[in-house]
Design a protein around this ligand. Structure first.
Ligand SMILES: C[S@@+](CC[C@H](N)C(=O)[O-])C[C@H]1O[C@@H](n2cnc3c(N)ncnc32)[C@H](O)[C@@H]1O
Length: 186
């Protein structure tokens, strides 16, 4: 699996537009910007929320050291099957909502994580679920850990801003559609 455009991935995204929030996987340029703040040399555990077809997942796996684990949360069964077919020992994929972070980390005996990378379409998710997800992200990040999220609107900026010690916002035109990229430090 790689970040090249695959027609079947777009079909799957379109079929599930209400939970995917897009019709095409993220561009290489957006993925580069999203993952830019990650220090791969020191990372031991990364969480990915909404991996979809795995375009961000593959970019993470390419750069992660052998002792770093990647735990993914994805609600779409087809994408979960696609990700599991990678047979990658550092990758753990769960077919559960992103709000279940603590319960899954307990299964792995992991107290806290270094990074949470998210492609979740927050603007389409119910406000109370978004509040749960963001609280869980913050709770499970280590001090100084980062929450990296992209979005096509600024709808949730006001939710994130007061929760983190620093929130940087960038914009990239080189994606369909253009996207805002949040870099939030706990
Ligand atoms: C915009 S797609 C992102 C796909 C891919 N990461 C990319 O950047 O192209 C969002 C993904 O989030 C998943 N998703 C939506 N709500 C979710 C939730 N509450 N928990 C976990 N995954 C969710 C969707 O099934 C979809 O695969």
């Amino acid at each position: 699996m790689n970040s090249r455009f695959k027609f079947s991935d777009s079909i799957n995204l379109i079929k599930s537009i209400r939970t995917s929030g897009t019709i095409t996987p993220s561009s290489k340029s957006l993925i580069k910007r999203l993952l830019g703040p990650i220090d791969f040399d020191s990372a031991k555990c990364i969480i990915e929320l909404g991996p979809g077809n795995g375009c961000v997942t593959s970019a993470l796996l390419k750069r992660m050291p052998s002792d770093c684990v990647l735990i993914c949360f994805e609600v779409n069964n087809d994408f979960v099957a696609q990700l599991n077919s990678l047979n990658e020992p550092r990758l753990h994929v769960y077919n559960v909502c992103a709000s279940s972070i603590r319960e899954i980390l307990d299964k792995h005996d992991i107290a806290e994580v270094d990074y949470v990378v998210s492609s979740l379409p927050l603007a389409l998710i119910d406000d109370d679920v978004v509040a749960n997800i963001l609280a869980s992200v913050k709770f499970n990040l280590r001090e100084g850990g980062r929450f990296l999220q992209y979005q096509y609107s600024l709808k949730n900026y006001s939710d994130m801003k007061p929760m983190f010690s620093d929130v940087k916002l960038r914009f990239t035109l080189r994606n369909m559609p253009p996207a805002f990229v949040y870099d939030c430090v706990k």
